[in-house]
Write a protein that binds this ligand. Structure first.
Ligand code: FPP
Ligand code: MG
Length: 342
């Protein structure tokens, strides 16, 4: 979608009451985190000892638990009476599996302020740990005996992998379009958010309209989340992010801030920078200079602006949800995703 069209759709998402969104989410998580973590710990403890340390490392690294939280609140917003924890936690197991594999694919040595699992426990063990978590997540959802939930989850996994494949195939492709960028982030990130919300809706048994609303909320929230992530990669210091900043540029990832920045340059400067990116000629100092220029040209902020458009679409999907604490929380999560700085 073109930026012009994005701007015409821009609506600002507002919290639904006067409380800061962080407070309501923190209060909810205070009750939920121990339950989510206990469930995840028990699952990790049951894994083969060859893969257990790598799995425990990624699961214990202080992730935001956003995906299980989304699955729980969506299910409860729709009056779910079944036990939502195995389903909700399966989304965190899946997310963790993708991170284990992603750090190997990206040759990333740090994640969440610590050594990446493959650095500490070895590649083989880490690849297998990702495989084990992927299988475990599928089994937990299959155990409900609701085929539609498995169909939604497996579609989400396939889309995630496809997004990752597309991203890797497009590394250093300086001609990459915005449309392809949106396809990549929708796949690699938004579909797991979508899967969390739609599985929550399916488990509640409220029917197709509720499932569609959950799908739209999750997918648009996920796109907004990745847009903010890609903006932060250019503006947030490494100490805050827990991983080196400017990583996307060094890895040759054509994310929206860089795509917009290249478009803003005069033809000669653009050609020069494109050639250096394509040939992987930017050393650490030069990459820092380009990253600073991307931030200074307002392209990181424009990316955040695009995130607001998708968050507004997610907020619209919430209109179909019954009012109550969980729906308010789902609106607050949108605020949190937009305002986060790590
Ligand atoms: C992080 O992106 C990576 C993803 C969101 C998806 C990774 C997907 C795979 C490795 C394929 C699927 C794997 C399984 C096991 C189903 P990023 O590299 O932009 O973010 P980062 O800076 O946090 O690494
Ligand atoms: Mg990565």
């Amino acid at each position: 979608m073109s930026p012009g069209r994005l701007e015409t759709l821009a609506i600002h998402v507002k919290p639904m009451d006067n409380e800061h969104p962080m407070n309501s989410i923190a209060r909810y998580l205070q009750d939920e985190l121990p339950r989510i973590n206990a469930f995840l710990d028990a699952q990790a403890a049951g894994l083969d000892p060859v893969v257990r340390p790598a799995a425990q490392h990624v699961l214990g690294a202080g992730g935001k638990r956003l995906r299980p939280l989304l699955a729980l609140v969506t299910a409860r917003a729709l009056g779910c009476t079944a036990d939502p924890y195995p389903m909700a936690c399966s989304l965190e197991l899946l997310h963790s599996a993708t991170l284990l594999h992603d750090d190997i694919l990206d040759a990333a040595v740090m994640r969440r302020g610590r050594a990446a699992a493959h650095v500490e426990f070895g590649r083989t063990e880490t690849i297998l740990a990702g495989d084990a978590l992927l299988a475990l997540a599928n089994k937990l959802v299959a155990d409900y005996g609701i085929p539609r939930m498995n169909a939604v989850l497996s579609e989400a996994i396939l889309r995630t992998v496809t997004g990752e494949i597309m991203e890797i195939a497009s590394v250093r492709d300086t001609a990459m379009s915005q449309e392809r960028y949106y396809e990549i982030i929708t796949g690699k990130t938004a579909y797991l958010f979508q899967g969390a919300c739609e599985c929550g809706a399916i488990l509640s048994g409220r029917g197709e309209a509720a499932e569609r609303a959950a799908h739209d909320y999750g997918l648009n929230l996920g796109i907004a989340f990745q847009l903010v992530d890609d903006a932060l990669d250019y503006v947030s210091p490494s100490e805050v992010m827990g991983k080196p900043s400017g990583g996307d540029l060094r890895e040759g990832k054509m994310t929206l801030p860089l795509i917009l920045h290249l478009r803003s340059l005069a033809p000669q400067a653009r050609q020069e920078l494109e050639a250096r990116i394509a040939k992987d000629e930017l050393d650490a100092g030069a990459a820092r200079g380009v990253a600073d220029a991307v931030a200074a040209s307002g392209c990181a902020e424009a990316t955040r602006e695009a995130a607001r458009v998708y968050a507004a679409r997610a907020a619209q999907a919430l209109d179909a949800f019954p009012g109550g604490q969980e729906r308010d929380l789902m609106a607050d999560i949108l605020e949190l995703v937009l305002s986060r700085n790590k």
